[in-house]
Design a protein around this ligand. Structure first.
Ligand SMILES: [Zn+2]
Length: 268
């Protein structure tokens, strides 16, 4: 038995015990502030019980530019998150409909995209293509994996090229932007979904705030690049609270069912 501990909401200052926050899918019961969430917890609320089957779990980084201390960093991140890199890929059912699901982890080296993240995202896209299943990607990232140099940047082109193939094959591709989604992930597959959803309050952008302010020599407006402004400016289609995401994705998959003919569940 564990003792209840209190969490103070950084948005409204309300105190709640951790169980109440957990029960609200890691959102504040008072104001709805969305805490960051790791892939395992998301699978629990998104996938129909017991349907998630991981693939690509054997892909691991080879330290391509022999960056000192990188291997130690990877091992530490693995021990902390119980993941081998910053994305989990698998197939599951959402309200009975089969989908390919990829979820990034901000806890694993800031969700940075290196060769493993790029490769696993591409394999997830390939699986969607091969089996004509919709693709759902939960994106969160601080940007490129600096320890992989140019191999990290190359993942932007690689994942974008695969996203174009999905588009050509008319496979529905949905992205959910989580707090934060920045840098090379924003500048590639996270902005290429057919429908782009953002979690309330999520920071979505490319460069850091200080970099922009230093470049344009102006103070940035309140709420700049938060999910709601990102939607209002046309970079996202919807802001959807965690409690509504499964229902919304299920609805969107139904809407695009005609594109999936020949796929698993619609095969004659
Ligand atoms: Zn709150």
């Amino acid at each position: 038995m564990s003792e209840n501990t209190n969490t103070t909401c950084p948005a409204c200052g309300a105190n709640h015990d951790e169980d109440a926050v957990k029960a609200a899918l890691s959102t504040c019961p008072s104001c709805g502030h969305h805490y960051r969430m790791e892939p395992a917890e998301r699978i629990a609320y998104l996938a129909d019980a017991g349907t998630f089957a991981e693939f690509g779990e054997d892909v691991q980084s080879q330290n391509p530019i022999a960056f000192q201390t990188y291997e130690e960093k990877l091992s530490a991140a693995e021990a902390k998150t119980n993941m081998k890199d910053a994305v989990i890929t698998g197939v599951c059912a959402i309200e009975g409909k089969p989908v390919v699901l990829a979820l990034m982890s901000f806890g694993f080296m800031g969700g940075s995209m290196g060769s493993v993240v790029g490769e696993k995202i591409c394999r997830a896209m390939q699986r969607s293509l091969d089996e004509r299943m919709p693709l759902v990607i939960y994106a969160t990232s601080g940007g490129a994996r600096m320890q992989e140099g140019i191999f990290s940047l190359m993942q932007m082109a690689k994942t974008s090229a695969m996203a174009a193939e999905l588009d050509e094959a008319r496979i529905p591709y949905f992205v959910v932007l989580c707090d934060p989604t920045m840098g090379g992930v924003t500048a590639s597959f996270a902005m290429l979904g057919d429908i782009i959803i953002a979690e309330p309050g999520a920071l979505v952008g490319f460069a850091g705030e200080r970099v922009i302010e230093g470049t344009i020599r102006e103070k940035l407006p309140e709420g700049f690049r938060r999910a709601e402004m990102v939607r209002d400016k046309g970079f996202a289609d919807l802001v959807v609270a965690r409690q509504e995401q499964k229902k919304t994705l299920s609805y969107l998959i139904d809407l695009h069912a005609a594109d999936l003919r020949g796929g698993k569940q619609w095969k004659k």
